[in-house]
Design a protein around this ligand. Sequence first.
Ligand SMILES: [Zn+2]
Length: 442
Amino acid sequence: MISEYYGRRVLVRRDQVAPAGVQVLATIKQQTSEIYCLRCGQVTPKESAALPNGEFYCPRCINLGRVSTLCKFYHVPEPNQFEVTSPLLTWSGKLSPLQASAAKQVKEGMLNHRRQLLWAVTGAGKTEMMFSGIAACLKRGERVAIASPRVDVCLELYPRFKAAFANTDIVLLHGRQELPYHYAQLTICTTHQLLRFYHAFDNLVIDEVDAFPFAANSALFYAAQQATKGDGGQLFLTATPGKYLLKEMRQQRLMVTYLPLRYHGHLLPGIKLHLARKWRKKLGKVLLPPSLVRMMRQTLAANHRFLLFVPHVADLPVVARACHHYFCEAKFTTVHASDEERLAKVQAMRDNDYQFLITTSILERGVTFPEIDVFVLGADDGVFSTAALVQIAGRAGRSLSRPVGHVGFWVAGHSRVVNAAVNQVRYMNNKGRQCQNAMSAL
Ligand SMILES: [Zn+2]
């Protein structure tokens, strides 16, 4: 089917004869000592890219199928051959006034094919805010994609979009999936899969662009750029913009919409820093920083629960031993990414069987427990990025029943990464206060 080439770069053997109307594109550009891959945009030294008989391949994007000089791409420029059915938007939820005004700005940007950023705090309800913009674009017959660096985000978005756009054909693409590709007006995919597209999308949305553990990187932005039509728009969504987006913002190459308040209208809990210079050494003597013990006591006395983050899986048993020492009555456990009982433990925390969990960064995204406080011991450890720390802090204060919460970071010394997280929360809260004041003046 020729439609499989619409807005795509499909790998075929070099000796195949192209069907009528199909363009042939090169796969690899050879330079003196390097090869340049025309799919992923990465450069590889010839000695690492050599095949027998003087042929070359790209080792960088090999998990999408091997691009080599033995192949070529088939491509047909995106013709936007879609049958637009109505009603397009079958979502019947309601946005808060603040969400609605952000959604309106996003929609305007999408209709004008702008490059824009929706900077919404954790727990703001980002997905719903793009629905009206996407619906307006689909109505014009545009091809739209929502991509995320993380498979779990794609898997979570797909059913929500299927419900919100029940009459629109949607294709879900990621590395773990078996379903064959088909031409559809709406695509949900990992950012890696965007490399299979070429000038396909009139509007491309990238969700959780700075999601841990995939920091925004040049490969991601390359993939986004080449998948978008030359005059297409891009919308980046994040709670924690990284260096690249902040720079683009400063240089006014991005239009920014802020959503600094959570869906319940409250600010983010501020991050309180505590200096604990030799905490690791003292931990060896089964001691925790006194200020941390105090905070934990306060939370438990107030009948609230908390998450205690530590940098490494190896820290878990040691910190747990110290916690047993201070809180021999408390019900708690440790959990980490490859813990076999992880799901059961998370469920037990949800069911109120535990008063706290000691964990590594695994629970930073997606998992929400209502009414909790959040503490991080060793926030200045290299494993935590600024984005991860903002996400971790954002676990607190998410529910309307307790929209505030305590967030404390314990550090052994000054850290730029930690300060950047504190400042990001402060920056959004300043914006949030302006919004609150403007709303109360109405
Ligand atoms: Zn490549």
